[in-house]
Design a binder for this molecule. Structure first.
Ligand SMILES: Cc1cc2nc3c(=O)[nH]c(=O)nc-3n(C[C@H](O)[C@H](O)[C@H](O)COP(=O)(O)O)c2cc1C
Length: 401
């Protein structure tokens, strides 16, 4: 029993001759202690029977998107959420094409759109189909979106051709799946992550705040935890569930967040500032609820600047690795490089908040990782997918000490 024990794996099988090998993959997965749900395209059922896969996986095989029974409970969304990992083996040229177009015309493709889990493909097809420009362009689109290609291997094919197009062997696919759960990149490391908005009180019932959802910071906390880190998540008020296995510190104002950060970062290896900290707070918090005035003059609030938490951590704890986010609307990279130097941090994760559908409050994000000697632009990814890539990048930044 190894890294896949109790992991939720969706094995999606599409219509290719290599589908017979997927039976062996199910057997290996079950042997490692994984929980396996098999999804088949209608093409796949022409090559291998659902009954075989049901018997091997111990679960009914999912074949239909428009299944009134399963859909009473939004079956496809539940299944997408259930998955820790989705592997398509074999991935036919047809499935690769449908995914590249973002189609959701069967259960397999719909799940791929709906899941936040990593999606791995083990392509298998005739070598000419694999080398065809259309297939290659589709594969590149999927890679750019963060889906992983494993294989194909070279060799003799069922059709008699020799070349690239053979599906990886089941034990090779198993190894690729196990690698996804490598717990080790951040073992013995402590990460402090700030997340969410801050609330700056005006009076006992009112405050100044912003629209930060906290999703990015929470996703990083989970991804770092999965890599074996001890994680302290310092969060302003959000609607998100507290992630399992992290130390959670709830705060309200920027000053609270600063105090909690000082306590936590003293013994930390990494400080990752994702919180949207209010730059200003009301100069004076009224002890009583402010009354509406009977005049036309409105209300003027005097605001004072909040502490810069990231700069303060760099100054107090120079040995930790500090990582900041920069939400910009123009000259993204230039501003990020300037912030990197000005704040003395190791990495700035820069994103363009002027683009719709990314950044603030959305489920997706597209960022560039800016360090002193490199700029790496990542593709548009869901926040959990992005968090996994960020954690990997962060783990490669050596300790400054
Ligand atoms: C005997 C036979 C073998 C096939 N093998 C493959 C294959 O290995 N890879 C592939 O991409 N398509 C293969 N095809 C074509 C697919 O089955 C076909 O494109 C189908 O529409 C795939 O549907 P799906 O991707 O929804 O499962 C094969 C077709 C036949 C008749």
């Amino acid at each position: 029993m190894g890294r896949l024990r109790n992991k939720h794996i969706i094995l999606a099988i599409s219509g290719g001759i290599a589908a017979y090998k997927s039976a062996e993959l199910v057997r290996l997965l079950v042997k490692t202690g994984a929980q396996v749900q098999v999804v088949m395209t209608s093409g796949a059922t022409e090559f291998i029977t659902p009954l075989t896969l049901q018997a091997l996986s111990g679960n009914p095989v999912h074949q239909h998107l428009l299944n009134p029974q399963a859909e009473a409970g939004m079956g496809h969304i539940q299944l997408a959420r259930w998955a820790d990992l989705l592997v398509i083996a074999p991935a036919s040229a047809n499935v690769i094409s449908r995914l590249a177009q973002g189609q959701a015309n069967d259960l397999l493709t719909t799940l791929c759109l709906a899941t936040h889990a990593p999606v791995l493909l083990a392509p298998a097809m005739n070598q000419a189909m694999w080398h065809d420009q259309a297939t290659q362009a589709n594969v590149q689109i999927l890679i750019d979106r963060g889906l992983q290609m494993h294989g194909p291997a070279q060799g003799e094919q069922a059709c008699g051709d020799v070349g690239a197009g053979r599906m990886l062997e089941p034990n090779e696919i198993l190894t690729a799946l196990e690698t996804q759960f490598d717990q080790g990149l951040l073992v013995d490391k402590t990460l402090v992550i700030t997340a969410g908005p801050t609330r700056e009180a005006i009076d006992p019932v009112r405050y100044v705040s912003n629209h930060s959802s906290g999703k990015m910071g929470y996703a990083i906390a989970q991804a770092a935890r999965d890599q074996g880190a001890k994680v302290i998540l310092i969060s302003g008020p959000t609607q998100l569930p507290i992630p399992d296995g992290v130390t959670f510190v709830a705060v309200q104002s920027a000053q609270n967040m600063l105090d909690a950060s000082i306590k936590a970062v003293a013994a930390a290896d990494f400080f990752i500032a994702t919180a949207a900290v209010a730059d200003y707070r009301p100069a004076k918090v009224s002890e009583q609820k402010l009354k509406k005035q009977n005049s036309d003059h409105g209300l003027t609030l005097e605001m004072v600047q909040n502490p810069d938490i990231l700069a303060s951590m760099v100054q107090r704890f120079p040995k930790a690795v500090h990582i900041g986010f920069a939400a910009e609307t123009e000259d993204i990279i230039a501003h990020a490089q300037d912030k990197l130097v000005r704040k003395g941090v190791s990495m700035i994760i820069a994103n363009d908040v002027s683009k719709p559908g990314i950044g603030f409050n959305s489920d997706n994000n597209q960022v560039s990782l800016v360090t002193a000697d490199d700029v790496q632009k990542l593709p548009l990814l869901s926040k959990p997918q992005l968090a996994r890539q960020l954690v990997e990048a962060i783990s490669h930044i050596s300790h400054k000490a």
